[in-house]
Design a protein around this ligand. Sequence first.
Ligand code: IYR
Length: 256
Amino acid sequence: RGREHLSPDQAAELPDEDLECSEDGDDDGPAPSLPADLEHVPLQFERMSEDEMRARARDFYRVMDRRRTVRAFSTDPVPMDVIEDLVRTAGTAPSGAHTEPWTYVVVSTEELKQQVRDIVEQEELINYTQRMGDQWTTDLKPLRTNWEKAYLTDAPHLILVFKQQYSLKEDGSRRNHYYNELSVAIASGLLITAIHYAGLVTLTSTPLNCGPALRALLGRPANEKLTLLLPVGYPAPDATVPDLRRKPLDDILVRL
Ligand code: IYR
């Protein structure tokens, strides 16, 4: 009868027995990926005063407005337990149907960082000279980027962000990861925020055409696709950044 495609109004017109799920689990349609009897518990939430809210909103904006993308890294070490908390923060992001479709691969050894750099530079040389085209490379000129990626070996850690497009259930069937692209993008925003808040810097690099080679190098499965590569560390003492200005509020906010 395909009653799973009925609207609630149409379903309400059916006799009750037509709507009852059979209990035997044989032919009563798909089972949810989360437990069917998942408990709902009281929300832990404390309201703050409007004054406190205002102060915190302003303070956090001031903190985040100092974030800059940095391309020159110090080789100074950063403790791994700090990186672990940054990844924990990324893992607090909302995700489609709570599928948590992300894997964070942290590369911290000189050998592996060099291998990542070799793969990325080999592709970026082709990207800059052949794939990206005149307009794209011209648009990037003011930012002074090029195919050379010293930050990939200078930064103490590289976080490679993989999106899981699906996962495999125990019976081998695929579990759909709804909105995996958007979920990982939201989580990446949290990760970048956490890196900055912890007093470190990063660069949202998107190594074009490097996904399959890096996935193979790092031994990640076929359901995972590389979306971002974030070097994490301190800025080099002589690091510079382009003198960019952010759009004023009235250019990004529409009040209706
Ligand atoms: N992936 C290249 C190119 C690049 C593209 C954009 I759009 C940027 O904002 C910056 C760089 C690279 O990492 O150099």
